[in-house]
Design a protein around this ligand. Structure first.
Ligand code: WT7
Length: 630
């Protein structure tokens, strides 16, 4: 466990127009934060009261560390809040979902009424198939409306969904099906990616061998002609849908009943099945969607993640639908058929809130401003980032080129385990590139040393959450020891596994995972910090840094660098870059070696797998590669 270490902080402040704050749901951050601190339970109760419950709670929370209960004895169904509530409140003809395929003109639109109907029908059909409350259903699907219908149908009847991202292979899918004990798998024959078919069902066929809990497989047939469904295990998606009744009452769920299991995309160790429950998760997803994104009824929200990640659960599905906005989903990737596709979609559909990942933003920077400049991005109001640190250069580019110096940027720090945004700069507050921001009202976060003592501003340490929050994970499926480790490692705080540093104003900069720390001559260096320094050089498009053993310093820094088109990889450039890092962070962080490369190994969620680079350097086994993007 690393202790504390010094970080050189340089700050630029971007001040949003005062109208942003005036028109926001959150209003003044400090006022709201203080209101939360004075009465945490009252604060959360106020949020929960904005939603519909079949029965209200006896207690807002019960905290028996490390086990939490939120909204004890309350009863609800999250789909009632995402669908019935809007249909009932006169939003029935409002567009809930817009799907855009890869091909121009391939579009589908579902109103809240239509989505509600389809979810009820599918839910009723699942019941008829024998799926009961508490059963686990695994979804392995492309990003099409049927995916959203299927997952909401599970939630409607209290089946626990376990969504596995369609990019995972058969081995990863099999271990997730087995660990979650899924009774049913819902899949599709194919997905479409970069104009090519991705065979999903073929992977399911392989993954269900040695998965004895699986009784049935529902197959959405998209290709024409579709595949024959052979064994008695397989059924057609639309046949199932048609067998359902027109209505299906939402099953009454206890606030603490599980809603879903989601396996983390961690870069080390076995995947963990993170369990989220109905009540607290709903409140957390709703609250942050409304108050962090500042989502209004008129908004068209586009989160470019996949439902297979927590970002998709909270900010494609449950958050925006519980708020009642219009959600855009698409199968497109950022650079196909050309790197203008995202900006074209924003213009076409009038997207107002756009949420993506730094890796995509840096790719866009590399290909140049001429792509976004071809399109009208005036509809955008709020733009966000998630998944890894948004380095200052990427912030500046995103702010200027996409946000037109007008849209607040939300650099949102959170995790699969937290279920909701935890640290960011709320809309209307001064933004500091490189810093995610302060904990949002409702969250108590800090940077501490290995013993749990808060460190001074400018001193790096471990990021912890000190108080429970409604959408905290309730368990690691089948592994209580791993669950407890989150809370029992440092002084009873929730340990996020990230390194961070605070400034005098309490803004938090995320430095990278604590397992990615490099210790050089006794100094701890965050890989993300060195990478950010490298990327701030005009010749560098992307960088990854690993620690390699060094007989004198303990570890040395080795960097892998992708150059911006037009720059030549020379020895001179290597020394320039080393000098650049020396000037930026200090001599301890200077890379001892730099390799110029064409690409970097990444997880499918876009995180650089430094472990793979390291293993390559050391001629060692890179370990589990199930999360590696091809
Ligand atoms: C880890 C969680 C939360 C959805 C996406 C990933 C890193 C996430 C940020 C950010 C710096 C970030 C952290 C965290 N991370 N957001 N804004 N700035 N780092 O979910 O797969 O559970 O990964 O992603 O290291 O611990 P996840």
């Amino acid at each position: 466990m690393p202790g504390s270490f010094d970080v050189k902080l340089e700050e630029t402040v971007y001040l949003p127009d005062p109208s942003v704050r005036e028109q926001s749901w959150i209003g003044d951050y400090d006022t709201e934060y203080q209101r939360f601190l004075r009465d945490p339970d009252g604060f959360w109760e106020g949020i929960a009261d904005e939603l519909d419950w079949f029965r209200k709670w006896d207690h807002v929370k019960k905290w028996n560390p490390p086990y939490a209960e939120w909204f004890t004895n309350a009863q609800l169904n999250i789909t009632h809040n995402c669908l019935d509530r809007h249909v009932k409140d006169g939003r029935r003809n409002k567009v809930a979902l817009i799907w855009r395929g890869e091909k121009e003109g391939e579009e589908r639109v579902l109103t809240y009424r239509q989505l509600h109907r389809q979810v009820m029908r599918f839910a009723s059909a699942l019941k008829k198939m024998g799926i009961e409350k508490g059963d686990t259903v695994c979804l392995y699907m492309p990003l099409v409306p049927e995916h959203i219908v299927a997952l909401l149908a599970c939630a409607r009847i209290g089946a626990v969904h376990n969504i596995v991202y369609g990019g995972f292979g058969a081995g990863a899918l099999n271990s997730r099906i087995r660990d979650s004990g899924a009774k049913l798998v819902i899949t599709s024959d194919v997905g479409y990616r970069r104009g090519k078919r991705v065979a999903l069902k073929a992977i399911v066929d392989e993954a269900v061998v040695n998965a004895p809990t699986v009784e049935k497989i529902i197959v959405l047939r998209r290709s024409d002609p579709g595949p024959e469904l052979f064994s008695e295990m397989e059924v057609d998606f639309y046949e199932v849908l048609e067998s359902g009744d027109e209505t299906c009452e939402a099953t009454v769920m206890d606030a603490e009943d599980p809603l879903f299991i989601l396996y983390t995309s961690g870069t080390t160790g076995q995947p963990k099945g993170i369990v989220h429950t109905c009540g607290g998760y709903m409140v957390g997803a709703y609250y942050t969607t409304k108050y962090v994104f500042d989502m209004k009824e008129k908004d068209v929200h586009w989160c470019t993640a996949d439902p297979g990640w927590i970002t998709g659960h909270s900010y494609i599905v449950y958050g925006p639908l519980s708020v009642g906005a219009t959600v855009l989903i698409t199968e497109t990737v950022p650079d196909y058929p050309d790197p203008g596709i995202f900006w074209r979609i924003i213009e076409d559909f009038g997207v107002t809130i756009f949420y993506t990942a730094p890796t995509a933003i840096r790719m866009f920077m590399r290909v140049g401003e001429e792509w976004p400049d071809k399109y009208n991005l005036d509809s955008l109001r709020v733009i966000g980032s998630v998944g890894e640190p948004l380095n200052p250069e990427a912030f500046e580019w995103y702010y200027r080129v996409i946000g037109k110096n007008r849209c607040p940027i939300l650099d949102t720090w959170w995790q699969t385990e937290t279920g909701m945004h935890m640290i960011t700069t709320m809309v209307g507050e001064p933004m500091k590139p490189g810093f995610a921001g302060r904990p949002i009202p409702g969250v108590v976060a800090d940077v501490v040393d290995a013993k749990g003592n808060p460190v001074e501003p400018g001193t790096g340490g471990l990021l912890v959450i000190k108080e429970p929050w409604p959408s905290q994970m309730r368990a690691v499926n089948n592994d209580d020891a791993r669950y407890r480790a989150y809370w029992e490692t440092i002084n009873g705080y929730y340990t996020a596994g990230d390194l961070a540093v605070k400034d005098e104003d309490g803004y938090i900069m995320i430095l990278g995972r604590s397992d990615d720390i490099i210790i050089v001559s006794g100094h701890n260096i965050g890989t993300a910090e060195v990478e950010s320094a490298l990327v701030s050089h005009e010749a560098v498009a992307e960088a990854a840094v690993v620690g390699l053993p060094d007989p004198v310093k303990g570890q040395m820094v080795k960097a892998f660098v992708i150059l911006v088109d037009g720059h030549t990889p020379t020895e001179k450039l290597k020394s320039d870059l080393i000098y650049h890092v020396r000037m930026g962070i200090g001599p301890i962080a200077m890379p001892s070696a730099i390799d110029f490369v064409e690409s970097l190994p990444k997880t499918r969620s876009g995180k650089i797998m430094r472990r793979v680079l390291k293993a390559q350097e050391l001629g060692m086994d890179p370990g589990d590669l199930s999360t590696l993007e091809e």
